[in-house]
Structure formats: structure tokens, C-alpha cells
Design a protein around this ligand. Structure first.
Ligand SMILES: [Zn+2]
Length: 240
């Protein structure tokens, strides 16, 4: 199983670098013409929760830590491929006081944290937003990655479908989940205007999946597959 995952990861990496080279060549061409692409952020990577908000937990793992590990790997992979990215957080904290709006955030930490994640997304209006989370359900039997998409930009669904199908193809052949349209319960996807998805990477409530999510090799494979999907989406968008 480990070997299959590794072989899949290597194959993906080759595909990914091939794509990255095509994209970079296209970018250089565009830069020569317009010199406008330099430093343009293409992806905002959001590690969900942080600090006093651990998110869900299971098997000794806390969601906020797994989210950050996957988000950091995505940042490294996409940056190495020449895709400009930013992360909403790079350490273990909530973002409620990022802009210093209030002197006292008592009782308002969660709402200001979400507001500020949205604000970061809005600062990069050409970028796509990828929020990384882990799932939990009372019944332990459920497993598998699930992608939610924002209803506000039609291409959010395309991005979600690309991530869901790429994960099915390379990592989870038995995953028959469909992408889901987010409602008002998902604050960020409900309000964001740019193409945006929230990826529930796996269930910490499922013993087997939780064990995999605790393995750094598996988390890197997951990040690689999701990065490949994001690249595919960006390439499609650039050539449209
Ligand atoms: Zn979460």
C-alpha cells in the first residue's frame, strides 16, 4: 500500500512538473508581453482553525495541526512549481487580531478569525482560495475526502470537481463522494467572491483514515494530488 502510494506520488510529481513547465513557459511569454504577472498571487491556501480553536480531533490528532501540515506541503509544492501562493496562517494561531480591529476580542474571536480569512482572500482577487480541513462524524465507518464549493463563482465547482476527481484517480479509487455546494453554514464559501473550495481531507473519526492522516508521507501525497488539481484548474483558466 505504501509502495503504491509512493509510486503514485512519483508519477504525479512527473506529471505535475511537466504541467508546471508548460505553465511557466506560458507565464514567461505573458510577462514578456505585458510584464504584469510578476508576483501575482494565484492561490490562497487556508489552514483551517488554529490556536484556541483546534477544530475536530481523533486518534491523538488535532485538526488544526493536520490542516497546517497539509497546507504547508501544498505551499511548498506549488511554490516550487512557480505558482505564487500565500497562506492565511503559518503557525498555530487564530487570525482574529490580524488587522487590530478591536481592543478586546472576547466572545468575538471566531467571527473575526473568519472575517479576516475572508479579508485575506479579498486582498488577492485573482487568486483561488483553498481551505484545508479534516472531517468528523459520530459513526466511525465514514471515510474519504470531500470537497465543498462556493456558490458565488461558477468556476468554484470546476475547481472542486477537479480536486475530487484527481484524488479519486490517484489516491482514493473507492471514493465515490460528489462535490457539494456550500450553504450559509460555511461562512467563508458563502461570502467569498473568488473561486473557492473547502476540502475536508479525511475523517479523524475513522480509525484507518486517521492513522493515514497522521503519516507525513500520506499528507505529502495528499498535498501533491491537490496541488496537481489546482494546477490543472489554473492551466485551464489561463488558456480559456
Ligand atoms: Zn474544520
Amino acid at each position: 500500500m505504501r509502495f503504491i502510494a509512493f509510486a503514485a506520488a512519483v508519477t504525479l510529481l512527473c506529471l505535475f512538473l511537466g504541467r508546471a513547465a508548460i505553465m511557466l513557459t506560458a507565464r514567461r511569454g505573458a510577462d514578456r508581453d505585458a510584464n504584469a504577472d510578476e508576483g501575482r498571487v494565484r492561490v490562497v491556501i487556508d489552514a483551517g482553525h488554529g490556536g484556541e480553536d483546534g477544530g475536530t480531533s481523533g486518534g491523538g490528532l488535532t485538526e488544526k495541526d493536520v490542516n497546517l501540515a497539509v497546507a504547508e506541503s501544498m505551499y511548498d509544492i506549488l511554490s516550487a512549481a512557480g505558482v505564487e501562493c500565500v497562506m492565511t496562517r503559518t503557525d498555530d494561531r487564530l487570525l482574529y487580531d490580524k488587522y487590530g480591529d478591536l481592543s478586546d476580542y472576547t466572545g468575538r474571536k471566531k467571527v473575526y478569525d473568519l472575517r479576516n480569512r475572508l479579508r485575506i482572500a479579498e486582498e488577492h482577487e485573482d487568486a483561488v482560495f483553498v481551505s484545508v480541513h479534516m472531517n468528523y462524524f459520530a459513526s466511525k465507518k465514514y471515510s474519504g475526502l470531500q470537497v465543498w464549493y462556493s456558490p458565488n463563482d461558477a468556476s468554484s465547482r470546476t475547481l472542486a470537481d477537479t480536486v475530487q476527481s484527481t484524488v479519486r484517480k490517484y489516491l482514493q479509487p473507492d471514493n465515490d463522494r460528489e462535490t457539494k455546494r456550500a450553504g450559509s453554514a460555511i461562512y467563508l464559501l458563502d461570502r467569498i467572491r473568488t473561486p473557492a473550495i473547502l476540502v475536508e481531507c479525511g475523517f479523524l473519526s475513522n480509525d484507518e483514515e486517521c492513522k493515514r492522516l497522521g503519516d507525513s508521507d500520506y499528507r505529502r501525497s495528499l498535498a501533491l494530488v491537490m496541488s496537481e488539481a489546482v494546477m490543472e484548474f489554473l492551466c485551464g483558466r489561463d488558456s480559456a
